[in-house]
Design a protein around this ligand. Structure first.
Ligand code: HEC
Length: 120
């Protein structure tokens, strides 16, 4: 009986994982939707050579023009705690998978001549 219960639990955990993985793959980002979500980010990521979190002094990376998937994965790593920067963790914690995908597409579409956010 006990053994049965354990294999049931293992099976449902496995199914939950598969459902999660399938869902993550389904998320399609939209640069247009992302444009409305980056107001939180531009304060730091628009300023050339900006340094945040005195006295710990981090350089803020330039994310405009980076690969959309890379940006979305980086954000989810902050959210999960696999990346440690405290401000980025707090910010990413409020984003859904859809937000991350949209923001990734938005930044990936930025070039040095983008009119919306010329400094990135
Ligand atoms: C308070 C300043 C600040 C704000 C606001 C902020 N960031 Fe960041 N961001 C940073 C700093 C500093 C780092 C570098 C942290 C590190 O070393 O892990 C960073 C890192 C990143 C990275 C990883 C870049 C790389 O090259 O690996 C991404 C992606 C990112 N931020 C996206 C965003 C997005 C999207 C938003 C808005 C939702 C945002 N950030 C808001 C300061 C900020």
């Amino acid at each position: 009986m006990k053994k049965h219960l354990i294999s049931q639990l293992a099976l449902s955990a496995g199914l939950a994982f598969i459902a999660f993985a399938a869902q993550a793959d389904d998320v399609q980002g939209s640069a247009k939707a992302g444009a409305g979500k980056v107001w939180l980010c531009t304060g730091c990521h628009s300023i050339p050579d900006y340094r945040a979190d005195y006295p710990l002094v981090y350089r803020v990376p330039m994310i405009g023009g980076q690969n959309a998937g890379y940006i979305a994965v980086a954000l989810s790593e902050y959210k999960k705690g696999e990346r440690k920067h405290p401000t980025m963790r707090a910010i990413a914690g409020s984003l859904s998978d859809q937000d991350m995908a949209d923001i990734g597409e938005y930044y990936a579409a930025q070039t040095s001549s983008s009119p919306i956010n010329p400094l990135k």
